[in-house]
Ligand binder design. Structure first.
Ligand code: AP5
Length: 217
């Protein structure tokens, strides 16, 4: 199964992808997580991506398309769930072309819909684990011990692009460049709109309902 999860910054893509990957045995491929890993390793790609990410701008398509093609090629044959990619129509077209070359295609697109006011609160309250990638929220999804990851005990951090100023720029770029990706997929693929304003476990239940009907679990 090859799934794309779409949604504005902070819509809950990373949170939901973890549950989806676990239930269906898929690889979770997050373009943001891969870029942050490249930054941590101080690779050439990571160094180039830093300025775009910290200001809330999109990293140029050519860098992203190559990076994600590499990640998809390495993913197990059972399939993947894409988080944060594609984010421009050009990226979606390039993804379709490379899947077609392999005789495959995107099977389902999930579109997480969240109000803008909710997004700013979610992102500015997010805390992430730099070691295992687990994601929490200071009010909504709290770790057992404040500031400490439940899974690996590492100290939680706030992402450098999670300030209110940068979030507003990310949202602007989402409407200018990424919203059109939903329309692109509506033309040729099954797109499922999901109300993601509700609690994370309720969102996951809505997603499972859709995906179970596709795979007959
Ligand atoms: P990326 O890391 O992809 O960031 P994003 O799309 O802005 O998405 P987020 O990670 O901020 O949010 P999310 O939807 O995953 O929400 P989460 O589950 O964490 O990209 C970062 C940067 O990298 C981009 O700005 C760009 O520069 C670059 N980049 C990446 N991909 C690119 C591409 N394809 N092309 C070009 N550039 C690219 O949840 C958010 C918070 O809310 C958490 O605290 C969580 O605990 C909480 N939460 C989640 N769900 C709920 C819920 N239902 N109820 C209450 N709280 C919830």
């Amino acid at each position: 199964m090859r799934i794309v999860l779409l949604g504005a910054p902070g819509a809950g893509k990373g949170t939901q992808c973890k549950g989806i990957a676990e239930r269906y045995g898929l690889e979770h491929l997050s373009s943001g997580d891969i870029l942050r890993q490249e930054r941590a390793e101080e690779s050439e790609l990571g160094k180039k991506a830093r300025q775009f990410m910290d200001s809330g701008e999109l990293v140029p398509d050519n860098m992203i398309v190559e990076m994600m093609a590499h990640a998809i090629n390495k993913a197990p044959k059972v399939g993947f769930v894409l988080d944060g990619f594609p984010r421009t129509v050009n990226q979606a077209i390039e993804l379709d072309k490379s899947l077609e070359a392999d005789g495959s295609r995107i099977d389902a697109v999930l579109n997480l819909q969240v109000d803008d006011g909710v997004i700013v609160k979610r992102i500015t309250g997010r805390r992430s684990c730099p070691a295992c990638g687990a994601v929490y929220h200071v009010e909504n999804i709290r770790p057992k011990v404040d500031g400490v990851c439940d899974k690996c005990g590492e100290k939680l951090v706030q992402r450098t692009d999670d300030t209110e100023e940068v979030v507003l720029n990310r949202l602007k770029n989402y409407y200018q460049q990424t919203a059109a990706v939903v329309d692109y997929y509506r033309k040729n693929n099954s797109v499922y709109d999901i109300d993601a304003n509700v609690a994370a476990d309720e969102v996951l239940a809505l997603i499972f309902e859709k995906l179970d009907s596709l795979v007959n679990v």
